[in-house]
Design a protein around this ligand. Sequence first.
Ligand code: ADP
Length: 311
Amino acid sequence: MSAVPGGLTTPEITVVGSLNMDVRLTVDRIPRSGETISATGLKRSPGGKGANQAVAAARLGRRVAMVGAVGDDDAGREITARLVAEGLDVTSVAVSEHPTGTAVILWEQPESTIVIEAGANADVDESFVDSRDSAVRAVTDAPVVLCQCETPLGSLAAVTRLATGTTILNPAPAIPVPAEIRDRFDVLVPNRFELATLAGADEAPESLADVVAMVRGLAFPGDVVVTLGADGSVVVPRDGLPTPVPAVRVDAIDTTAAGDSFCAALADGLLRGEDLVGAARWAARVAAVTTTRDGAIESLPLADEVPAALP
Ligand code: ADP
C-alpha cells in the first residue's frame, strides 16, 4: 500500500461520478401523462451511478476514492456519511452551493423508470477535477478509474487527460458522448441502449451479431463490453473475436445497480490480473447477486457473499 501526501493511501479504484439521493416509489404501473396514481411503497437511500459503483468496488475489497459533489444539505451529509461508513476516501467529495442530486425512481418491480435532477453533480466538470489536488492525485495515481455520464462531459475529459491507469467508461445514462472524449478511454461498458445512442442508431441491437456489428461500427480504439441484462454480456476486444459471457441464472427481484456492480466487479477483476473475459465472468456473478436483492447500494454484495458457483 503506497502512501501519498496527507497520510492517505493510493486508491486502487477512483470513481469520478454522481452522488444522488434516490427516492423510490413502488408503483403497479407507470402513470400516463397528467395522471395521478398512488405508490405502494417509499424508499429513500443514497445512490447515483458514481456512488453505487464506488461502494460496489469497496465491498469487493478495493481501496476506493470518490470524486464528486453533494449539496450543503441533509441528503449530502447522509450520502457522505454512508460513503465513509463503506470505507471510501471522500477527500475529493466537495460540498457545493447547489442541492444534492436527486433521483425519483418509479419502481415497477423488477424494472425502474427514473427522473434525475443533477444538482451538485453538475459542478463536477473539468475545472472541478483540475482545481483539486486530491482529485488530480486520485485520478492520476489509481490503477483503474471508473466514470459514468451523470457528471458533465468535462469530468470525463479531465480523467482521460490525467489518468495513467486503465480508464473505464460506463456511458450511462444514454447520451451521445463525443468520439474525441469516448475514444480516449481504454474500456467502454454500455448496455445495448447506450451502445445504440453512442452509435447514433434509432434502435437498440437485438441479436448478438447486431450488437457486435454496432460495436465495430463505433471504431472504438479500445475494448468494449456490452451488457445485455438477463442475456449476459459480450466482450468485444479491440482486436480478436467477440466472446459472449452468459448471465448467471438467478431469480432477479430488482435489477437496480446490476450494471453498476458489473462495472465495479469488472474493474476488480482487471486489478486481479484477469483478462477482460475473466473479469466479465466475475462481474456477471457479482451483478447476478445484486439482482436478487432489493435496492441500489443495499443490494451490492461483499466479495465473500458471491458464491464461487452460483446455481
Ligand atoms: P444496466 O443495469 O446498466 O442496464 P444490464 O441490465 O445489462 O445493465 O445488467 C448488467 C449485468 O447484470 C448483465 O450483463 C448481467 O450479467 C447481470 N444481470 C442483469 N439482469 C440480470 C438477471 N435478470 N439475471 C442475472 N443477471 C442479470
